[in-house]
Design a binder for this molecule. Sequence first.
Ligand code: ATP
Ligand code: MG
Length: 567
Amino acid sequence: MNGDKDSNWIDELRLQFNSLFSNTILVETTDKKRNEELCQKKPKIMNIKGAKRKENWIYLDGWEGFYYWKKNDKGELEQKQFKNGSVSKYGINEALPTVSDELYKGNRILVVSNIFKSNDHFNNAIRGWSNSDTLRDRDTKIVIFADDRSMFPPEVWTHMKIIKPPKSTWKEREKTIRFQQDELNPTTKIGDKKITDVVRLTAGMNLDQLESAVIKSIIIENEIKLSVLSKEKNELFAKNPVIDLIDQPKFGFEGVGGYQSLKNRIRDDVILPLRHPEFAKRYCMKSPRGILLYGPPGTGKTLLVKSMAKELNMSILLLRPENILGKYVGESEKSMRKVFEIAEAMVPCIVFIDELDRFSKRSGGDNVSSHVERELFSMLLEKLGDENREWFFAGATNNIDAIDPALRRTGRIDSVAPVPFPDEEARMEIFKIHTTVKRKLPLKNDIDIERIVKETYMWSGSDIEQLVIRTSRDVMKSDIKDKKHDLKIGMDDFLRILNTFNIPVDKNEGLQSNVKDKVMEYTNDKRLMHVFEHAQDSHVSKSKTEKAKNITKGLGKKKTIWDDKNE
Ligand SMILES: Nc1ncnc2c1ncn2[C@@H]1O[C@H](COP(=O)(O)OP(=O)(O)OP(=O)(O)O)[C@@H](O)[C@H]1O
Ligand SMILES: [Mg+2]
């Protein structure tokens, strides 16, 4: 994983300065921690001439003006503004002549920060400085911190070297979290597992953002809470137009009924190695690359991917190709590159494309995709095959045949997994999840789960959820009418509503066998066949009957045996 790499952007900065390409470097970040890091690590760049002497460091700040640091009589460092170095009245332009004078004295290192908009005056000044042979000969260097090069016109930034420091590395985040915990909550120790979860979850935040999120969590909740951090992070990324950050779901795999063999596969193949990168390394496992789930509508594919993010404590970036598709190839390509950039910054994370078939059409089929779509899809393929990709890809589709086979080529994704209609056990669990776990409904004692399982043959998980919702709504309606506020939902209610459903069983059986036929075509893993084991049964086996009875006994009581874990 990305994790343990150290951030060495300052070394890069030094190398760039020494290469003499330009005396100006643009550091693309607005993280003030990075700025502090440079200013505190002066010794690290000491083989830039003059960097060791603090008198040589001068600062131009959009808010604070043009200043330097000086020791006072007591030997303490004091921030001193240059004469005419104010930016209070006319903004940065006011200080530029003074800055220029200072720079030409030679051997200065100018750090520019907190400038969010450039203007002609400023652009001309920078262009002049970065092209100046005199300044180069006099060993003057300029470091500009700005969010993005596009703040300047290209004729300005092409004369600079551009460095993009990482938002935050694993080590840096760990250090920040431990530091804040020790500062603000020294009496409680935070376990290594928790630290790992927090560090993983906060990938993509910069150190400044991380620090404020951690402080906020400790102040509000008295501890570092994953849910608070996840919310903070989501707010930071919510503004992005091309990618949606999905909120961490409340439930992991315990919120997905059935599909045990599939969940096991995902646990073994994806979750274990991502959670234990040190073991993966020992057994020469690369990080898992991706998964494609296919199956009929409503069977829980999207749900599975979302709950995977919860199991892993990772963010999911939902990529909606339709949001990227612009009129021109160049435009869309730019957005797509931006997506990859965000994903890389947020590693470890899952990039999820739902309804992938709409995007990845086989060439030559009926619905031939547009030129732009093909272009974007080939960018995706290329990225998926990139050895250095560290984010995990998830795709879902109910039309596997429409997916371009190139996607399945080794190295791009690891597995193609079928998600058929739920078998008996799955239907039982799905019903249970929606009545007693995700919702805690007032139920009578007479729920005959065995019967519900039988009557819902070839229903999808989504249909079963609908059954629960519609039944509750119906009973609620009577309750409101009678003003009793004490009705409970009984078996007769479920059966009454069940009869109002129109489920195309024949059609679904067709879809089911299609899903099954495809397994061996698309994967060589026999174990994935287990999801079909009970799907076609309409009778309930003996052990299942026992299980069902137990569950029925528990239903409607305060604490049911359903409360225990499924796995
Ligand atoms: N196995 C399941 N366990 C619990 N709930 C389920 C299950 N399958 C489906 N559901 C419920 O049905 C809803 C819809 O499922 P989901 O959107 O994941 O299906 P899908 O396979 O992605 O469908 P589509 O192909 O139409 O996108 C889920 O939000 C969930 O509430
Ligand atoms: Mg879906």
